[in-house]
Design a protein around this ligand. Sequence first.
Ligand code: BEZ
Ligand code: FE
Length: 306
Amino acid sequence: MQSGSLPSQATSPYFDEARSAEVVNARMSDEADGRLRRVMSVLVKHLHAAIKEIEPTHEEWFSAIRFLTETGQMCTDWRQEYILLSDILGVSMLVDAINHRRPSGATPNTILGPFYVANAPEYANGENICLDGKGEPMVVEGRVTDISGNSIPNAKLEVWQTNDDGFYDVQQKGVQPDSNLRGVFTSDAEGRYWFKSVKPRHYPIPSDGPVGKLLEEMGRHPNRAAHLHFIVSAPGFDPVITHIFTPDCPYLSEDAVFGVKRELIAEFTKIDDLDAAKRVGFSSSYWSVSWDFTLATSGKPILANA
Ligand code: BEZ
Ligand code: FE
């Protein structure tokens, strides 16, 4: 450009509606971190495209700002409303899928959720993690293996679930016994594990904040399909953060956070035989669940479409 002449329309640094994203992205320094440049330029490109498609009024734009402000204000050490927002928009599951592409046959990941607690009580196989005596008794048993079916002894299985009222222990401190329905088990020499608990029920995600209000306004319910959470880990293997779902839950195909995967729906068999119940330490009928975890060796993630 000659000194004194105006920049052409195609390279102008001044804002205009048609080139809005390019104008903003051109302002980024070449010295900015490469990953940050990539992230910000993609975000600006798609954000501007969305705004052009939506054409919000000023009032609509401001109500979006208010929503984001309230979402931040709802966050505490115990409540992460932004993660909840990411969960209900399917973003948490998408980030997880991108980061956990496993070989076929390996147990898939699903959402961690906000109610995991590290260092839960350790139990011997066969013990009962239900401390409040509520709910329908259940026995879960299975094996932890590698992709070829070889046993993985000494695998750590961390399990947690809600009580029969649909709350985690940490949501009801002083109401439920501490560490109710959570515990850590270790697979035996054959990779086997087994424990007692109660059949999980569906429950709502925390919906008393802006995310709950948004769900309601979108005509969506806050319920999660009934599940047990697990983290299964062993040295040399990629730890799996996952669930087991009950097959009879009415919310299976409409889980509020998109956490259900077909491969994670288990069979729950009702055992009505009292002698069998007594043999496992129950005095009434119970649910029996057989579930194996298959771990992939740790290493580089499998590339998409590879
Ligand atoms: C859960 O399964 O515990 C959960 C997951 C996402 C949001 C809220 C709860
Ligand atoms: Fe949960």
